[in-house]
Design a protein. Structure first.
Ligand code: URA
Length: 436
């Protein structure tokens, strides 16, 4: 079918055949389908949606647009996690070494921050010497020896998605459930995983701010992944406040280091990390059920094996030899560190979580355009959880800034983003639902 006929079929609510989808993806990859045609089809899909069969066909075609990895040399189950993105979401930094210490192989290909959300890759790059974009041989070697490697999207994995996403980004067609589904899963399938666990964030700091939409995305991701042959489960988790008490790059690495060594663990972060670890261990067939998985994950934290795994991964990817012994010695720190006071007595009743993410971006810790550099040192720490009791002069956070002007602007943004009321709010769940 001609490309314009493919677009017309979808525009009119028709169903596309796998062969038509494959032809479109070939043109998307080799450039023979124009940017205008890609944008038109994206908009048609945005309004008309896709059946599960169409979404599976799109996912598989995008997977096959580049290199597809496999891991025949590993004798461990290969399992990864993907988060749809949030604020203070440094789960991957703990989860990958926990899962690896429990016996999984975790080739974690992660992304950079864009918009108000942070990116795992930017966080890892705040560790001096860390090779976030290794060649294939080093990547495979580290997954084999340490059990996990957190790296960026290298080479030629799902190149069709790269072009498609870039065009969706500038044509207001990102927020389409089948397109998000195919985009995420094509990259995960290309990484050669045996199973996948998804953390679908829901709330005012997430892509999907309402529970129905988050559930719709979770269902689509799980059904399409299973349809494409990759066993997958999803947890829908709360993103109505930052997950960690830190938001930024080096500050989130420090928070993760404290978590791994046991120096400090934010409780909601611990709940999500252990639940996802349990899902991964069940999916990999290493435990019989989530309770056993959680206990194994906790044991790997308590006996230091997860911390050892993290250190080994960092060392083998070119970072410091004993990073966790003293992370502060290695990480860049901001010249201005000062608190932001509550300004009144009461309770933290809620967050504009996106506002917190945008505050980090304004400090220089995130980017507004792909390719912009980020300042690894800036960010926020000591963010209070919803429900915390505060007095007028209680710090609601510490701001890590480059200069006093940034500090003043961040304080203003923070006061707008943290809501303080007279009465304590009702406690809320962090894990909202599970999809399999
Ligand atoms: N993340 C992705 O990788 N793709 C999307 O379309 C949305 C989020």
């Amino acid at each position: 079918m001609l490309t314009q006929e493919i677009i017309r079929t979808k525009r009119d609510g028709g169903k596309l055949e796998p062969a038509d989808i494959a032809a479109f993806v070939r043109g998307l990859t080799d450039g023979s389908v124009t940017e205008g045609q890609v944008a038109a089809l994206a908009m048609a899909i945005f309004f008309q949606g896709m059946s599960r069969e169409e979404a599976v066909a799109l996912t598989l075609s995008m997977r096959d647009s580049g290199e597809v990895l496999s891991w025949p040399e590993l004798d461990r189950p290969v399992v990864d996690k993907h988060s749809t993105g949030g604020v203070g979401d440094n789960v991957s930094l703990m989860l990958a070494p926990i899962a690896a210490a429990c016996g999984l192989a975790v080739p974690m290909i992660s992304g950079r921050g864009l918009g108000h959300t942070g990116g795992t890759l930017d966080k890892m790059e705040s560790i001096p010497g860390y090779t976030a974009m290794p060649d294939n041989a080093l990547f495979r070697r580290v997954v084999g020896s340490a059990g996990c490697a957190i790296i960026g999207q290298t080479g030629n994995l799902a190149p069709a998605d790269k072009r498609f996403y870039g065009i969706r980004d500038v044509t207001a067609t990102v927020e389409s459930v089948p397109l998000i589904t195919a985009s995420i899963l094509s990259k995960k399938l290309a990484a050669g995983l045996g199973a996948l666990v998804l953390d679908v964030k829901c709330g005012n700091g997430a892509f999907m701010d309402n529970p129905d939409r988050a559930l719709e995305l979770a269902r689509s991701l799980v059904e399409v992944a299973v349809g494409a042959g990759m066993p997958t489960t999803a947890l829908v988790t709360d993103m109505n406040q930052p997950l960690a008490s830190a938001a930024g790059n080096a500050v989130e690495v420090t928070n993760a280091a404290d978590f791994l060594t046991g120096a400090a663990r934010d409780s909601r972060l611990q709940e999500v990390t252990l639940a996802l670890a349990a899902e991964m261990l069940v999916s990999g067939g290493l435990v019989a059920g989530p309770d056993e998985g959680r206990a194994r994950a906790l044991a790997a934290l308590e006996d230091g094996s997860a911390a050892e795994t993290f250190d080994r991964m960092v060392r083998e990817l070119g970072g410091p030899k004993d990073f966790l012994a003293d992370p502060g010695r290695h990480l860049d720190s901001a010249p201005v560190v000062a608190d932001c006071l509550a300004g009144r007595d009461g309770y933290v009743t809620g967050y504009d979580t996106r506002g917190i993410g945008l505050c980090v971006v304004a400090l220089g810790g995130g980017r507004t355009r792909p390719g912009d550099p980020v300042d690894h040192a800036v960010g926020l720490t000591g963010l209070l959880p919803i429900g915390a009791r505060v007095e007028k002069d209680t710090a609601i956070a510490l701001v890590h800034a480059r200069d006093d002007n940034q500090l003043a602007a961040a304080r203003d943004q923070l006061r707008l983003a943290v809501r303080i009321g007279d009465a304590p709010p009702k406690p809320s769940q962090v894990i909202l639902s599970r999809q399999d």
